[in-house]
Design a protein around this ligand. Structure first.
Ligand code: A4P
Ligand code: MG
Length: 178
């Protein structure tokens, strides 16, 4: 049986939240371009985008700081089709998985944080993304767009954000950093 999915009122579109991250090759530009490219995916539109945030890397410290953000999408793409489309965008941004090592520097990382109310646990796709409740760089931007969203088993995004302080994070102001 197909899992129940939260649909928006007017169409077959599902609301999904995507986490964007970059710490190579002009990170803020990578994120801004990825916002536009996600909005141009077939059967998909961007409903909202968060501000950009800057943080130290979680994991190996011998890499640049990250810029992160979150996008709210409305999409008709099935989860694995959406994942595939996001993979293609990462590749178009020059991401080289083979050079990275675990949690290494990357030009663009696109994670599906939440897809409607679907829960999945497969090697290819885990939904909601398993790290959401532990990461400031996901919770701060996600709380701008969906403070009352409940992450199954963990509580609301806003409550999680209020408890999560690692890695240390700050708003990234484009103009101040150009
Ligand atoms: N995968 C499973 N579930 C998902 C999902 N919900 N969304 C699979 C996207 N992918 C999902 O991903 C590894 C595998 O996870 C894929 O094969 C996919 O099918 P990847 O993008 O190849 O590698 P990754 O991103 O390095 O792996 P991972 O474990 O997902 O790492 P994270 O969670 O993305 O963390 N520090 C800061 N400050 N900011 C960051 O953005 N990011 C990371 C990477 C580490 N430290 C960071 C940041
Ligand atoms: Mg990833």
């Amino acid at each position: 049986m197909k899992p129940h999915r939260q649909r928006d009122a007017l169409s077959d579109r599902i609301t999904a939240y995507i986490g964007l991250g970059s710490n190579l090759d002009g990170p803020s530009g990578q994120i801004q371009h990825a916002f536009m490219e996600m909005g141009a995916l077939s059967h998909t539109s961007i409903l909202a985008r968060s501000h950009l945030y800057k943080s130290r890397p979680l994991g190996p410290q011998n890499q640049p700081d990250y810029i992160n953000a979150v996008a709210k999408l409305a999409t008709e793409l099935e989860p694995l089709v959406l994942l595939q489309a996001l993979r293609k965008l990462e590749e178009a941004h020059g991401r080289q998985r083979t050079d990275e090592g675990r949690w290494g520097a990357r030009s663009l990382d696109l994670d599906i944080l939440v897809y409607g109310d679907i829960c999945l646990d497969t090697p290819e796709l885990t939904l909601p993304h398993p790290g959401i409740h532990l990461r400031s760089f996901v919770l701060y931007p996600l709380a701008e767009l969906a403070p009352t969203l409940v992450i199954s088993g963990h509580g609301t995004v806003q409550a999680l954000r209020d408890r999560c302080h690692t890695p240390a994070i700050e708003r990234y102001e484009e103009a101040a950093n150009e």
